[in-house]
Design a protein around this ligand. Structure first.
Ligand code: SF4
Length: 170
């Protein structure tokens, strides 16, 4: 397991997982590979690659990777694509994290959460409330990451489709 001389930078994926399962935050940040052949991971990649083909995909910015990037009426728009709106609060905060990171660099942007299978879209703007929530999440992530062992396995509604289920439950 890696020993961190400095804390890993926090990307949107860690923000997302912090709201889904704390154990996943530890596993990912410690380089524990998920099962890449997991059917739900494959489905997620397929939806990412085949949706919204007219805009730029997978654009890196610092430690973040935006699913979509486009410009509308002179405004930068960041898109985050999800398989379903089941975890919409986590998705909202992941996207808010990207907007917050951009704002810290002086770049104004708005966000769009996209659920192509549900033909649904939600606009997200960074607010003081979201910034405060994110500041708390960053502290929580750092506490998990520096811990020498992962949080205990706790069954939750995400286990069934989690790429770590073999690791946690066998
Ligand atoms: S299987 Fe469950 S407990 Fe294990 S990492 Fe996935 S969501 Fe978390």
């Amino acid at each position: 397991m890696p020993v961190f001389s400095e804390l890993p930078r926090i990307g949107g994926t860690l923000v997302w997982y912090c709201l889904i399962c704390k154990r996943q935050v530890w596993l990912i940040s410690h380089g524990v590979e998920a099962d890449k052949e997991d059917e739900f991971l494959k489905l997620g990649r397929l939806i990412d690659e085949s949706s919204y083909e007219r805009v730029r995909h997978s654009v890196s910015f610092g430690d973040s990777k935006f699913d979509l990037l486009k410009e509308e009426k002179g405004v930068l728009v960041i898109g985050e694509i999800k398989k379903s709106s089941r975890s919409i609060e986590a998705a909202r905060l992941q996207l808010a994290h990207y907007l917050y990171e951009l704002a810290k660099s002086g770049i104004a942007a708005r966000g769009e959460l996209l659920f192509p299978e549900e033909r649904r879209r939600e606009d997200v703007s960074i607010t003081e409330d979201l910034q405060s929530k994110l500041d708390e999440i960053y502290i929580e992530i750092k506490d998990i990451v520096v811990s020498s062992c992962p949080p205990k396995v706790q069954e939750c509604k995400y286990c069934k489709h989690c790429a770590y289920k073999e690791l946690c439950w066998s």
